[in-house]
Design a protein around this ligand. Sequence first.
Ligand code: DGT
Ligand code: CA
Ligand code: CA
Length: 583
Amino acid sequence: MQENRVSNKDVIVMLKEILAAMEVKGYNSFRVRAYQNAISVLENLTVSIQDLWENKRLGEIPGIGPGIESHLNEFFTEGSVNEFEEIKKTLPEGMFSLIGLRGIGAKRAYKLALAFKLDNREDALEKIKLAAEKGKIQVLEGFGEKMEKSILEVVEEQKLTKNKKIRFLLPQAEEIVDRVKKYMSGCDSVIELEACGSFRRKNTTIGDLDIPISTKEPQKVINYFLDFPEISEVLVVGDKKASVILKNEVQVDIRVSEPESYGSMLQYFTGSKQHNILLRSFALNKGMSLSEYGIKKGSELMEFPNEKVFYGQLGLPFIPPELRNGNQEIEFAQKDKLPKLIELSDIKGDIHSHTNFSDGVDTLEDMVEGAKRMGYEYIGISDHAPSIQSRGLGTVLKIVSDTRKKIEEINSSQSDIKVLYGYEVNILVDNSLSLPDDILKNLDYVIAGIHSGFSQDRETVTQRLLSAIENPYVSVISHPSGRMLNERDPADPDWTKIFSAARDNNVLLEINSQPSRLDLPDDLIKMAIDWGVDLIINSDAHSISDLNFMKYGIYMARRGWAEKKNIVNSLKYDEFVKKIKLM
Ligand code: DGT
Ligand code: CA
Ligand code: CA
């Protein structure tokens, strides 16, 4: 095993720089596009790219052609890509500090870097700022006064393109979408609208919002939208579209469409880009060409009011948006072998929840009531385990027997819902669990999770997870990768060992529904299912209202191709308890 593992982020930065260099050097558009695709695919991976490379599996990723594979190969063996290093020598290095800024693409960055001798990354921004202040940018060919002003603004405020910004989480996106919808419902000319793009595909994080609107009066709709009070800056206005930035920095793109072709517009705007590219070449093979306006066969343009008929024209069933990631969904659709995805209404219980005994806010009784209102057959209470070190063994034993009694009382006093008693124990750095087996065996079930020490090396993290999986009392591994979106990268254990051990020990891997976790991530869910691992979707609720997080876990499961049979808490109580190692 290598000492210094290369993070996915490093790989992507490297590829983006190659891409910028290729654009400046005028490489042919096929190569450039191949690079763009590869980057968008790799950006969505949680499994380590280096790991795939070591296992000679890079070629299996859709979008990674032989050219890029050989560059990655070179990067992992030599630490750099020779062809690129050669080109880079001919480029002013400071240009790479500019390419993430809004409105400055690779070619513009290059021109600026040449004009102002941006030879290194460190002072490139400062030099550009000075040049703009002195009016030296507007005189460059192809720039002008307006551009200069916007460059100054972008550099001063470090306004990043949406790809470099912090991407926002689903609940936040949902709130914005609701407000836009509510506002637009005040416009009589709007027939219908839907937020598409990554939002509709239920990506973990959202770069911007893409909203197609069906109308017969496009101009009225666009004008109405431009009066939305949350808009802080209008980027683009056309007769069929507008792009704006809201006061909360979120970009919203709208596109208007005739109702007759709204289905094609939805399809186009939902993406993903990779899915659309693959769908276009699939259609081309059948002599059809696709656009946001419809499907052309010869010179005839066919229009589609909804997506079902659009896909139908291609001989395909409707493909759920969560699957549209360029991940073999078209091949499966063609054979009519798409998975029948898990749905929220399939879920019969939730066994990862916290009360005010640990870091939750509501009482055990209230959480049980909340779970009843969710319509569940069972709820598991799994507070963080009380610490023996700080409370002493005697106190902990008393807590366990008192809580057990309380739960038995609830169970005997009503028959609407079954309450299970568990703890979420920590997998400590020495591989042990935060409660001894003698206590664990008296619980209904045990969830084990890593809560610290994520940056340990691969071997160590793998061993920690394996030792928890092999503990006879552990039923579930919580948030297995430990990632925190926008904050902490996923740990990088040897997933194949984790999956085979989980399967062999009948331990469930959790799909944690916290919007900032969503862990297992979708690509690992799909892998786990292929390995025959059973999964459970839990809310990890810390309050009654958090029980509603379950839907985000469902989204993630669907993106990971999970069916009802893969998700253990879709089972009725009697079946469920057979699947979970109930003590
Ligand atoms: P995001 O906003 O970064 O979270 O991700 P998306 O998937 O929402 O991407 P976005 O907003 O750039 O574009 C929305 C959809 O519009 C995208 O999923 C597919 C379609 N689209 C946008 N640009 C292109 C393009 O250049 N080619 C193709 N084929 N489709 C595109
Ligand atoms: Ca988007
Ligand atoms: Ca967009």
